[in-house]
Design a protein around this ligand. Structure first.
Ligand code: CMC
Length: 376
């Protein structure tokens, strides 16, 4: 029998087809349902992109108004969930709160196990609408503040920021935040999306698939990198310390968070758009020193390792300057990626096949249970 080829980390494995997004590393491009992500970031509200991912087309004005009306009515968290999240230990990471929130929303949904397309779309919209309240609650709690009720007169991004900070910030901040949501919304068969598809393929429910995806996104090699970027920049401290810090870090074989990518090897297609948004945030809020450090580390990494930044690199400092605490960065990623995850869950169910790879066994050769010789 010939030895099968092992694809560690499933690198390069084409696991299925998808009609949701396309990542092309040769042209550094990413499209959602055929639209370049830069085009969507420039021209669309996040709600329109959610519609595009779920339904395959950008919404008409009527479709958007109908989706908005429904979404705005679903933004508040059930009071028992608010109580439960506030009862978690203050030391709990906001990603743990969010993972719990999704799971509890599922447990409270009498239709949790209904996997019909209509029921799952309703659940997708419910999570999309309610997650900002959960993220805002954890951020406010960190500062000793009580949660705020959502405002139905505001768009998704504005309401998210309002619920977090108690006011709608200046338009440049809202725009940069919205751009980050659009860029984070979808990225093909990344680890968390694939996780959601694996869970869905067993015919489990959407909340379980999303809860598992939140867990996958938390890791620093995936979504947790946007938090780790900020920790790195805080550790370095200033642009003039970048070179010394990096040579020590590389000598210690440390991974520099926010750099490198499994698919893009010549730069992440989303970075220029998010870097421009970061520039707008610096213009509005200050942070020139942070930006100088950002540029210095990016140049040094390209020179020393030939590695380009990924989306988490500009997103981390942008969220910091917007006023978010670092542990809230990955939860924002969740709120954006819920659109992509739920689109993939629907696609998986539409033509399901259980995801169950095989492995090459390398343990002990076959043996028998024996009593062996008694000890001497
Ligand atoms: N810092 C230092 N060295 C790196 C880095 C990095 N960020 N990324 C890759 N390398 C090196 C790695 O050490 C290895 O070197 P060697 O062959 O000498 O052992 C080589 O490059 C290949 O690394 P790999 O881990 O086998 O490559 P991969 O394609 O599996 O890695 C990655 C992809 C994202 C896990 C990796 O680049 C990484 O750990 N980056 C830092 C974490 C990060 O920023 N994650 C966010 C990913 S993108 C957005 C998202 O999902 O949130």
């Amino acid at each position: 029998m010939s030895t099968p080829t092992v694809h560690r980390g499933l690198a390069g494995v084409v696991a299925d087809t998808t009609g949701i997004s396309s990542v092309n590393p040769d042209t550094n491009s990413l499209t959602y349902r055929g639209y370049a992500v830069q085009d969507l970031a420039e021209h669309c509200r996040f709600e329109e992109v959610a519609h595009l991912l779920w339904h395959g087309e950008l919404p008409t004005a009527e479709q958007l108004a109908a989706q908005d009306a429904e979404e705005r009515g679903l933004r508040a968290l059930p009071p028992d969930l608010v109580g439960l999240l506030l009862a978690l230990p203050p030391t709990a990471h906001p990603m743990d709160s969010l993972r719990t929130a999704v799971s509890v929303l599922g447990a409270n949904d009498p239709g949790e196990d209904d996997n019909s397309p209509a029921a799952n779309h309703a659940k997708s919209l419910r999570l999309f609408a309610a997650l900002p309240a959960a993220v805002a609650l954890t951020q406010r709690r960190r500062r000793g503040l009580l949660p705020l009720e959502p405002r139905a007169d505001l768009g998704y991004a504005e309401n998210f920021l309002y619920m977090t900070f108690g006011e709608v910030p200046e338009p440049a901040i809202v725009r940069a935040f919205e751009i980050s949501l659009v860029l984070y919304a979808e990225h093909s068969f990344n680890a968390s999306t694939f996780t959601s598809r694996v869970v869905t393929s067993t015919l489990s429910d959407l909340y379980s698939a999303v809860t598992a995806a939140v867990g996958a996104l938390k890791g620093p090699l995936h979504g947790g990198a946007n938090e780790a970027v900020m920790a790195t920049l805080a550790e370095i401290g200033s642009a003039d310390r970048v070179e010394g810090w990096l040579s020590r870090a590389l000598a210690e074989k440390r991974r520099i968070m926010g750099f490198g990518h499994r698919v893009y090897k010549h730069g992440d297609s989303r970075v220029p758009t998010m870097r421009a948004a970061l520039g707008e945030v610096v213009e509005a809020r200050g942070g020139e020193d942070l930006l100088a450090m950002y540029e210095a580390l990016a140049s040094a990494m390209l020179r020393e390792k030939g590695l380009h930044p990924n989306l988490d690199y500009p997103a981390g400092p942008a969220y910091h300057l917007m006023g978010f605490d670092t542990p809230t960065f990955t939860p924002i990623f969740v709120a954006a990626r819920i659109t992509g995850w739920t689109a993939h869950i629907a696609e998986q169910l539409a033509r399901n096949s259980l995801i169950r790879p095989t492995s090459l066994y390398t343990g002990p050769a076959e043996r028998r249970v024996g009593r062996g010789a008694p000890p001497a």
